[in-house]
Structures are given as C-alpha cells and as structure tokens.
Design a protein around this ligand. Structure first.
Ligand SMILES: [Zn+2]
Length: 156
C-alpha cells in the first residue's frame, strides 16, 4: 500500500517534474485526500527547472519551456538540443540520465547547461526554484483526475 502510493506519486512527479516524457499514469489506490496531502508535502520541498524534453535516441531536445518557470527566465527554447548539464555531456543521454543530473543539481539549486541551437553552442546559467503553489495545485488536480476518477466513489 505504501509502496504503491509512493510509486504512483513518483509517476506523477516524473510526468510533471523538471524534464520528462509523459509517464503512464497507473491507477492510484490511496484515498484521494491522503494522496493530495502526500503530493503537497513532496512537492513543497522540491525544486524544478520547468523543461519538458524529448529523447532523440541518442540525445535530448527541449520540447516545452513551462511558462513562469526557471527555464522560462533564461534563453532556452523549444528545439534546443542539450549538450551538457553541469559539465557532463548529455549528447548521448536518455531522459532518465538527464533527470539524475537534475536531481544532483537540486541540492545546490545551481545549473548550467550547454545547448545547441542552429549549429552554435550556448551556455545558460540558471537556478532551480521551488514549485509555485499554482503548479502544485495543477499537479494534484491532474493526478486526481487521472488516477482517482474510476475509484473515487469507493474511496473512504
Ligand atoms: Zn493518488
């Protein structure tokens, strides 16, 4: 039960956090209220970047820059190819490896990326930031909509 809830939450975080592909939502078996509480607690202490990326196999390209996110405040655009993260090459990386690099950077909150745009390389410095309240609300409501509708009536 606890593990299930945790796994489901990680899917939510995976699908909406810093950089990721759409994760398959599995049905969540926790009570909706408890689940909302857990998500709120987990996100409250986390920092994010605000990028969604696509895997090129190999390599990573920016798919979306979320509005009002740390990524939106620097010169990052849809279609930019990621070259390195904090000095580590991601030219052949997959999304999982990219997320690991972001997780390492979350401790200090500092991140520098090198991206390739139309053949030239650019360096971008930024700071990961805590999730804004409205973003957390969005994560919760989308999780409740996707994973709790079918069983909502049966939840205590
Ligand atoms: Zn849930």
């Amino acid at each position: 039960m606890k593990i299930r809830l945790f796994t489901s939450l990680m899917l939510v975080l995976g699908s909406l956090a810093a950089a990721s592909l759409r994760a398959d939502e599995s049905s969540c078996h926790a009570a909706a209220g408890e689940c909302e509480h857990q998500i709120r607690q987990m996100l409250a202490g986390r920092r994010y970047l605000g990028l969604q990326i696509v895997e090129l196999k190999p390599g990573l390209v920016i798919k979306t820059v979320l509005p009002n996110s740390p990524a939106s405040r620097v010169d990052l655009r849809e279609g930019d190819r990621l070259y390195s993260v904090n000095g580590k090459s991601v030219r052949d990386a997959n999304a999982t490896q990219f997320k690991q690099l972001l997780a390492q950077a979350a401790a200090s909150g500092r991140l520098w990326l090198i991206i390739q745009r139309r053949g030239s390389l650019k360096k971008v410095d930024l700071r990961l930031e805590p999730y804004p309240e409205d973003y957390i609300e969005k994560v919760i409501s989308s999780h409740l909509a996707q994973s709790h509708t079918a069983t909502a009536g049966a939840q205590p």
